[in-house]
Design a protein around this ligand. Sequence first.
Ligand code: NDP
Length: 246
Amino acid sequence: DIFSLQGKIALITGASSGLGGHFAKTLARAGASVVVAARRRDKLDQLVGEIAGEGGTVMAVTMDVTDGDSVRAAYDAAEAQMGIIDVIVCNAGVADTRSFLDMDEDSWDFTMDTNLKGVWRVAQEGCRRLVRADKPGVVINISSLLGLAFQTLQTAYATSKAGVIHMTRCMASELMRYNIRVNSIAPGYFKTEMNATFFDTEKGKAYIKTIPARRLGDLAELDGPLLLLASDASSFVNGTTLIVDG
Ligand code: NDP
C-alpha cells in the first residue's frame, strides 16, 4: 500500500479542533504514530482517548506556535517518547475578519505570528531535527483557498495564507536535497470552530450556494489529499499546493 504510514511519526499542530483533530485521526488510521499539539490540553486529551480507543499510538504535547521555546519543548517531549517526527503537519491557524481600514497593528501581527511565522517555527524546528538525524521526512503546510483567491474582509488572513503557499515552495527548493518534501493543502470551506457561526447565518447559507459544489466540504474529503502528500505515493511531488475546494 503506497499510502501506508506504518512506521511514521506524525506531528499535527492545531489538533485540538477542526481540521487538525481530523488529520490526526486519519494519519493514525493509516498507521502513523501521532503527536497532537495545541494550547488547549483538555481537548487534546479527549482526542488522545479517541485515537487510542481505535488502537492508535498517540500522545499530546502542549504547544503555542507563536512561542519558539514552547515549540522546541514540545518537540523534545515528543521525540523522547515517540522518536524523531518525520511527518510534520503545520495546521494551527487563526481567522481574522477585520476590514482593511479597521485592521490595527496588534491584530495584523497576531494573525501573521500564528498563521505564517507559526508555520516557519514548527517546520524549521522539525526539519532541523530531521537533517541532524539524516532522516527523510515530509512537511504539509495548511494554507487556504484564500491564499490564492481574494476575499473581502480577509486581508490579514489571506495574505498570511498566500505567504504559507510561497514559503512552501521556497522550503521545498532547499529541503529536497535532504529528502524532505514540503507541500501544502489549500482547503476551501469546511465547517469548524473557526467559521461555524458564520455558516449558520442566513448570509453564510447564501454564501455556501456560491461555492461551485453548492455545499461545504466534508472533513473526510481531505483524507485522500492528506495521505497522498504524507506518504511515499507522492515521493516526487515537492513544493506544490493541492487545492481541495469543491
Ligand atoms: P479551528 O479554529 O477549528 O482550529 C484551529 C486550531 O489551531 C485549534 O486547534 C487551535 O488550538 C490551534 N491554534 C490556534 N492558535 C494556536 C497557537 N498559537 N498555538 C498552537 N495552536 C494554535 O480551525 P480549522 O480547523 O478550521 O483550521 C485549521 C487550519 O485550516 C487553519 O490553519 C485554517 O486557516 C485552515 N483552513 C481552514 C478552513 C476551513 O474552512 N475551516 C479553510 C481553509 C484553511 P488551541 O486554541 O487549542 O491552541
